[in-house]
Design a protein around this ligand. Structure first.
Ligand code: NCD
Ligand code: ZN
Length: 325
């Protein structure tokens, strides 16, 4: 096959940042995706409906093509049960586990009433599932928290964001109300790529890429488009000096997402499942209807730029076998 069409690709986990960065991130998103769930970890965080509406308007002001940003609300104690009918998705960051989690949750038990209200309102809970344990164990240690939430709020839809470990992959079929997103970088890379030879700060993110066995577990889910999993890039740009001098966590994958996904799924004889993974599953999980937007890709090499407005993309200077027509 040397051409493929993807209908209404959707990114279930995207960081667009704000202000000047939107000039770079918003056009990239609306060129190739019909919509995205946009993460609220700005400074200050997007923690109210009003802030989310304003942010959405700022995003759309940089979009030349139709695009549906669904801005998640950052969970803080200012969020009240009464407004949940108007909220599609709430993002829980445990305090201190990642970029922009300073305002995150310190004591998760404090939110039981809110979770009960979310369950009634049909609001989705999106979770950055990591503890503050040893770096390779952080995600697996969060499994008990996911299990406790899933059991106590059986009608609350819980999204385990950017799962990176076999430990969490296993939970999916055990609880009806647990879902997951998977990134491109966790499908592609392991610790060897990050630090096996020379340290590559541009592959550093939370949760950290892990072992070949972990990657294999994620690949099994993605390459069969498991119905409880959707693609969420977690593209999270930081300017070059923040990455290279200060070691900020976050991978800027937005410039390569669809070509690289097609390349990877083709290599693994999984192209038949890509449409479900990048759009259909998400439309069902999040109960959204996307405007129809067809993206055509052709088998023609594309060399990834070295630098895009001061941000270094994932796969910089590499050649990808597929490009967007
Ligand atoms: C994200 C960021 O930079 O905002 N970083 C990351 O390493 N993934 C935050 C997040 O999703 O954890
Ligand atoms: Zn993220």
């Amino acid at each position: 096959m040397d051409a493929i069409e993807l209908v209404s690709p959707f990114d279930s986990h995207l960081h667009l940042r704000d202000s000047d960065a939107l000039k770079t991130t918003a056009p990239l998103a609306c060129e190739t995706f019909a919509g995205a769930i946009v993460m609220p970890n700005l400074t200050p965080p997007i923690d109210s409906i009003e802030a989310a509406q304003d942010y959405k308007a700022r995003i759309l002001s940089f979009c030349q093509k139709p695009f549906e940003p669904i801005v998640a609300i950052y969970l803080t104690d200012t969020l009240k049960g009464e407004v949940l009918d108007l909220v599609k998705i709430v993002k829980l960051y445990p305090s201190g586990v990642t970029t922009g989690s300073e305002n995150g949750v310190k004591n998760i038990d404090q939110y039981d009433r809110l979770f009960a209200a979310m369950q009634e309102a049909g609001t989705i809970l999106s979770v950055h599932g990591e503890t503050n344990d040893f770096v390779l164990d952080r995600e697996a240690r969060f499994a008990t928290i996911y299990e406790s939430l899933a059991k106590r709020f059986p009608r609350l839809k819980i999204i385990m964001e950017h799962i990176s470990s076999a430990a969490l992959a296993k939970l999916l079929d055990r609880y009806e109300n647990l879902f997951a997103t998977i990134t491109l970088h966790h499908l592609l890379y392991t610790l060897d790529d990050l630090l096996g030879s020379k340290l590559n700060p541009h592959l550093f993110c939370k949760p950290i890429v892990k072992t070949p066995a972990d990657r294999a577990a994620l690949r099994r889910l993605a390459f069969g488009a498991h119905s409880k999993v959707s693609f969420g890039s977690d593209s999270a740009p930081h300017i070059r000096s923040a990455k290279e001098r200060f070691g900020a966590a976050g991978i800027f994958s937005a410039p390569v997402l669809l070509p690289k996904l097609v390349e990877l799924f083709e290599e693994n004889s999984a192209l038949d499942y890509l449409q479900s993974f990048v759009s259909d599953n998400a439309q069902k999980i999040y109960d959204i209807k996307l405007p129809r937007k067809t993206i055509s890709l052709i088998k023609k090499p594309f060399v990834v730029q070295e630098d895009i407005n001061g941000f270094i993309p994932m796969c910089a200077k590499e050649t990808i076998r597929w490009s967007i027509r």
